[in-house]
Design a protein around this ligand. Structure first.
Ligand code: UDP
Length: 403
């Protein structure tokens, strides 16, 4: 894994010096991240990179996982969907299952660190263990329009934290604790984002039987209805009427997302007759994701809800033209017609993809602007700086006005 000084050519010496200086002020403090999976999805993606880098700049950092069975993760997926405004009802029995597993985790997870950093709703009930240490709840999902009932249930826990962190301004909620806005980030030196040789890219394409004889449109996401894979297929079919192209819909599964295989089956069924649609169930392999993104002519992220959409940042960092939904954290990354194209419908997505495939110069310019925007705002070094400032702020007088 890249060492912190290797980021200097990308972000500059002073950025790295700042991180070391801030970390020094946290000497003696132990920070502990807790979430529900070490692979699959954006949270694991970030922690896998963030934790070693925090340690390297001098912050004593741990990362622990809660445990849960199939039923627990079915319930937490319902909660996730309800937070995203989907009409999944969470009933009494679901809450009982949630609380039962939470109780076991409360007994088993050691939370004696100085700062306990809880990610998303799955481990939220661990707050029962709060002593005099500081607790942060980090929300990675789009909670701009949540089910009120589920939000109220979670607020019972959230209000006992010292602070909450959201990814975008539109997600902030009225609450009695301090709120911070910190957007996620990507690591430019990870296997997912580093430069790749043409040879490596071609090897991956060969593995999946994909030829570069027609333009490639790609969406890489967990197979989740909120990523709208069927909508991507519909948009591709509309484009295909005018431009001979191919579609890659690729994704793995996450251990805390039980719906994946079912959605994959639905997608495969829809894609059946078209040999230019490549529906790939990927192993956990960052080089492969990187190669597929780099081989693409247009990257799509047609989500219905999106906390941030790391895949958008990953594509823009590779200077790819992106068509993505105008929702959640995506507009933070894409300024329409400057660093990509935003869409609000299947027709809009198809129109934008056509436009990019027909105008390579325009597509190239959007990609270049996108890369610059990511470089300035969404790299892991900025994210670490924000977290260090957040940690330090927990030890300062709270002269803030609550919303
Ligand atoms: N990802 C991956 N393999 C896959 C699908 C996704 O490595 O098969 C990665 C993707 O590159 C990104 C993360 O998982 O880094 C997904 O984060 P995002 O914010 O886009 O969505 P989330 O899954 O957290 O809703």
């Amino acid at each position: 894994m890249a060492k912190i000084d290797e980021y200097i050519p990308i972000v500059g010496q002073s950025t790295i010096d700042d991180l070391k200086l801030l970390a020094e002020r946290l000497k003696g403090k132990v920070v502990q991240h807790i979430n529900s999976t070490s692979v699959g999805g954006g949270v694991a993606e970030i922690l896998n990179r963030m934790v070693p880098l925090l340690r390297e700049v001098g912050v004593d950092t741990r990362w622990d996982l809660i445990k849960g069975g199939e039923q627990f993760f079915e319930v937490t997926k319902k909660i996730h969907n309800a937070l995203h405004g989907r009409l999944d009802t969470v009933n009494r029995q679901d809450i009982d299952i949630f609380m039962e597993t939470s109780k076991k985790n409360i007994e088993e997870v050691n939370t004696s660190s100085d700062i306990v950093f809880i990610h998303d709703p799955q481990p939220i009930a661990l707050i029962d263990k709060k002593a005099t240490n500081k607790w942060i709840w980090r929300c990675h999902v789009d909670v701009s329009n949540p089910s009120q009932e589920v939000w109220d249930f979670l607020m019972g826990f959230i209000s006992r934290y010292d602070a909450a962190v959201f990814s975008a301004p539109s997600f902030s909620r009225v609450m009695p604790i301090r709120q911070f806005l910190i957007s996620p980030s990507i690591d430019p030196l990870s296997d997912k984002n580093k430069d790749l040789s043409d040879e490596t890219i071609n090897e991956v394409l060969e593995k999946y039987g994909i030829f570069r004889d027609k333009p490639i449109i790609t969406q890489i996401s967990r197979f989740d209805r909120l990523k709208d894979p069927i909508g991507v297929i519909e948009a591709y079919l509309k484009v295909k009427k005018y431009i001979d192209c191919q579609l890659i819909l690729a994704g793995g599964t996450a251990s805390d997302d039980p719906e994946g295989l079912q959605v994959l089956e639905e997608v495969k069924e829809r894609a059946q007759q078209d040999k230019d649609m490549h529906i790939l169930l990927l192993p956990q392999n960052d080089i492969e994701v990187n190669a597929l993104q780099r081989a693409s002519d247009v990257i799509v992220q047609k989500s219905i809800k999106e906390g941030f959409g790391l895949t958008v940042a990953e594509a823009l960092w590779k200077a790819k033209p992106v068509v993505a939904s105008n929702i959640g954290g995506i507009p933070l990354q894409i300024k329409h017609r400057y660093s990509g194209l935003l869409c609000n419908s299947i027709d809009g997505a198809a129109f934008a993809i056509k436009q990019l495939l027909n105008s390579q110069e325009y597509a190239k310019k959007l990609g270049e602007n996108g890369r610059e925007h990511i470089k300035n705002n969404f790299l892991v070094t900025r994210h670490i700086r924000d977290y260090l400032l957040l940690f330090l702020s927990l030890y300062h007088q709270e002269d803030v006005v609550y919303l």
